[in-house]
Each structure stands twice: as structure tokens, then as C-alpha cells.
Design a protein around this ligand. Structure first.
Ligand SMILES: Cc1cc2nc3c(=O)[nH]c(=O)nc-3n(C[C@H](O)[C@H](O)[C@H](O)COP(=O)(O)OP(=O)(O)OC[C@H]3O[C@@H](n4cnc5c(N)ncnc54)[C@H](O)[C@@H]3O)c2cc1C
Length: 416
């Protein structure tokens, strides 16, 4: 099987001189040990050049699949290239669950953790917070591992691919749980402003979808562990009378079951089913994380520039992420609200809209999603991450020759 020459969104053509798909860890070690410039590739679902390189691009998708569940420690050890959709059913069958999942099961576990990928929920940390240990091929080709509690671990999970090629991860599990998904439509923005905290905490996982076109939230998705029934109206919003797709005008078939039908966590936490194209499939994305205490002010700041956002927009999503201690996690030491934007795939219009979003959110110290389109200046990003310097030191120690750096990393940290 060959390695894709572009990312999923096709807005980045990889500039690698060589593409590799090793089928064993030894083969991977040989490639890394002998190469000069290496980048790991997951499933390529990032929207910027974070996974690109001019040297050797190494897909981990061909590594022998491992799904090793340890009931005693409530953990699963997985090979890095597996997609969530290839792992979750086995985890569920063993009576366990991941505490959080992104909107789609198509992404690789290593790639998701490397960028701080998250779902929603006021008490749910990003997916990487479940990582208990990881095994990676370092710059000299040796296989090393690092575990929670080890020096440098907090910098090694959301690591942007800059510390080595992860081959395996061990993640904490929670007991399996069921969820019901309810969708409400047309939540008046004025009522939302009054009850933002209540709305965001109304279920295990809550997503608000808005097109920023008028004074309402188009849809509220509640992923709930609670009751079998839901009121037909709630805070001025109306319970949907059929399944919905979050992007206006699209058919709901690719979406996970709604209408309160109970299902396992892995069939409700993602918005999209594994066997369909997720989201609209023809798009770019951006996302910004601000302190949860700034939710209403940040919402109002975006609302004030909605004419500059909405022409480029398919749909926007508002979610929450619980604070963590991972140095480069966008939720590092912050309970966050995340403002996400699914754009039309029109780079010029997106650039303009992204500028408007970034200017509006600048007073709130918004951290951009590492894997999505953004233009936040590196100096601003550095100032937003208290352990940025510590990560820099970790990179310098573990990879003195800069083998795992690429243009994206150099832009952030400066060329050496
Ligand atoms: C339709 C769609 C929906 C999305 N929904 C969400 C969402 O709900 N929440 C969210 O937070 N994000 C979301 N994203 C963004 C996505 O989760 C991230 O871009 C994520 O990094 C993608 O994982 P990947 O395997 O494709 O990583 P890639 O894009 O392949 O790589 C991303 C980074 O991970 C590194 N990496 C990958 N594998 C390894 C490895 N084995 N070792 C070391 N480094 C590695 C790469 O070097 C790169 O730096 C979405 C993206 C799409 C396309």
C-alpha cells in the first residue's frame, strides 16, 4: 500500500523526497536511524503542514496492529497507526471505553494525541490525557519508552511529531457506558448568553453548532448518559423531529444515531460514522481555545465580526475541554471553550475569515489547534504556553540534530 501524497483535505501536497510505510518496528528504526529529516504521518487529517517534510515521510499505518487490553490496570496498548474506529469495538467488548473521542473515528490514535485532539465535555480532558505511556523511535533509531511520572512525560504526549516516531501508546480506560444523543434546534443566542455554563454542562458531551448568520445557535447536540426522554422544548430551543447533519443542507446519513436511541459510547461520542466521509468532506478547519471563564465575552467578540466569518463558513462548533498538565495541550492549565470553524475550501476567503477570528479572540489569549488552519504569530503562541521553553529543551536534548523538525516546527520554535 502506498503513502498518500496529500493530506485528507488535499490542501497540502506533501513535499517529501521519500515516502515510507514500514511493516515492522525494526524497519522503522532503520529508516529513522539512517535518515536526516524524518516526519511521522498518521492518517493525514491535519489541515496544515504539521505532518509535512522535505525529507522522509514515514507512515506508521503498516506497523503490525496491536490491541492489548489489560483488565487489571484498565488500559489498552495500541499500535500508533490504528484509527480509533479500528480499536473502539474491542475496547467496548472488554467492558471499557475511552473517556473522550473526536468528532470522527477515522483518525490515527498517535496523530490525535500528537495534536491535542479533543471532543467535548466540561469534565473531559483531550484524548492525550488518557495516555499513560508511549514507545517511540528516537533520532538515533533506538526504541525508547516514557511513562506518566517520568521526567519530560508531560511534554512528550502532545509533541507535534517533534520528539520521534511513536510506535505504541498505552491509554487509560474507563468503564464502558451508554449514551443517548439528542439534537435541539434554534437556541436563541440571548438565552444562551444567560445560561452558557448550564448549556455547556447539560450532558456528558455538548456541541453547539452555529453558522453565525443570525441570533441563534442552529443546533445543540447533547450526548447524554441520562434519561430516556427529553423535553420537546428547552431554553427556547426545539427538539429535532428527525436526525440532523450539523452542516446545513447535508443529509444526516453519515451521522451517528440521534433521537435519544441509546448506544455504546463509541457510536455516540463521534458525530460521524466510520464507514462514511466525515463532516462535509470538502472543507478546511480552524479552532481556537480560550478560558472557559471568557466564554460569553469571546462569543460576543466573534458575533461582532460574524459578517466577516459567515461567508467563508459551512458551520462553526462550540465545545469544551477540561484542563490538563500536558505542556503543549491547548487546554494546558485552562478549562477551555473551543470555537471551531468548518470553512469552505477557499484559501483566500479562509485567510480573511481566520484573520477576523484571530483578531476577535486575541484579547482572550486564544490558543490555535495545532492541526488546523491558523495564522497566529509564533511569538504570540510562545507567550500562550508557559512550558514552551521546557518543550524546546526537550526537543534539543532528545533530537540534537533536529531530525524530526520540519518547516512547521521551525516556524514555531525558530530555525536552529
Ligand atoms: C473531518 C475532520 C474532523 C476533525 N475533528 C476533530 C475533532 O473533533 N477534534 C479535534 O481536536 N480535531 C479534529 N480534527 C483534527 C484532527 O483530529 C487532527 O488533525 C489529528 O492530528 C489528526 O490525526 P492524524 O492521524 O490524521 O494526524 P496527522 O495529520 O497525520 O499528523 C498530525 C501530527 O501528528 C504527528 N504524528 C502522527 N503520527 C505520529 C506518530 N506515530 N508518532 C509521532 N508523531 C505522529 C505528525 O507528525 C503530525 O505532527 C478533525 C479533522 C478532520 C479532517
Amino acid at each position: 500500500m502506498t503513502v498518500a501524497r496529500t493530506n485528507w483535505a488535499r490542501n497540502v501536497a506533501f513535499s517529501a523526497e521519500r515516502f515510507h510505510r514500514p511493516e515492522s518496528v525494526d524497519e522503522l528504526r532503520q529508516i529513522v536511524g539512517s535518515g536526516r529529516s524524518i516526519r511521522a504521518l498518521g492518517t493525514g487529517h491535519s489541515f496544515n503542514t504539521i505532518a509535512d517534510t522535505e525529507g522522509d515521510l514515514v507512515s506508521v499505518a503498516g506497523l503490525p496492529p496491536v490491541i492489548d487490553i489489560d483488565e487489571r490496570t484498565a488500559t489498552v496498548t495500541v499500535s500508533a497507526g490504528l484509527r480509533f474506529g479500528e480499536v473502539t469495538a474491542a475496547v467496548d467488548r472488554a467492558g471499557f471505553a475511552f473517556h473522550n473521542l473526536g468528532s470522527l473515528p477515522h483518525i490515527s490514535i498517535a496523530g490525535a494525541c500528537a495534536t491535542g485532539t479533543h471532543g467535548s465535555g466540561v469534565t473531559n480532558g483531550c484524548i492525550a490525557t488518557a495516555v499513560r505511556s508511549l514507545e517511540l523511535v528516537s533520532a538515533d533509531g533506538t526504541l525508547t519508552s516514557i511513562s506518566r511520572g517520568d521526567t519530560g512525560f508531560a511534554g512528550s504526549v502532545v509533541a507535534l511529531g517533534a520528539l520521534g516516531v511513536v510506535t505504541r501508546l498505552t491509554l487509560d480506560l474507563v468503564p464502558a457506558f451508554g449514551l443517548r444523543q439528542w439534537v435541539y434546534e434554534n437556541l436563541p443566542a440571548a438565552l444562551l448568553r444567560e445560561s452558557f455554563e448550564e448549556v455547556l454542562a447539560a450532558a456528558y458531551s455538548v456541541s453547539l453548532f452555529t453558522d453565525w448568520r443570525d441570533d441563534r445557535i442552529n443546533q445543540v447536540w447533547l450526548k447524554s448518559t441520562g434519561a430516556e426522554t427529553a423535553p420537546t422544548t428547552w431554553l427556547g430551543a426545539t427538539l429535532a423531529d428527525g436526525p440532523r447533519h450539523p452542516v446545513p443542507g447535508l443529509e444526516p446519513e453519515p451521522c451517528t444515531d440521534q433521537l435519544g436511541v441509546v448506544g455504546p459510547w463509541h457510536a455516540r461520542l463521534p458525530h460521524f460514522r466510520p464507514d462514511f466521509t466525515p463532516s462535509s468532506g470538502d472543507e478546511l478547519q480552524s479552532e481556537y481555545f480560550v478560558h472557559r471563564s471568557d466564554t460569553v465575552a469571546a462569543f460576543d467578540a466573534l458575533d461582532a465580526v460574524r459578517e466577516r466569518i459567515s461567508p467563508a463558513l459551512q458551520i462553526s462548533e462550540i465545545r469544551t475541554v477540561a484542563r490538563d498538565d500536558l505542556w503543549l495541550s491547548p487546554a494546558f492549565e485552562r478549562d477551555c471553550v473551543a470555537f471551531h470553524f468548518t470553512w469552505h475550501p477557499e484559501p483566500t476567503a479562509v485567510r480573511e475569515a481566520v484573520r477576523a477570528v484571530e483578531a476577535a479572540l486575541e484579547p482572550f489569549g486564544a490558543r490555535p489547534h495545532w492541526g488546523k488552519v491558523h495564522s497566529t504569530e509564533p511569538a504570540a503562541i510562545r507567550a500562550l504556553y508557559p512550558r514552551f521553553g521546557a518543550f524546546e529543551e526537550l526537543m534539543a536534548t532528545s533530537d540534537p540534530a533536529g531530525k524530526f523538525r520540519n518547516g512547521y516546527v521551525d516556524r514555531l520554535f525558530g530555525t536552529r
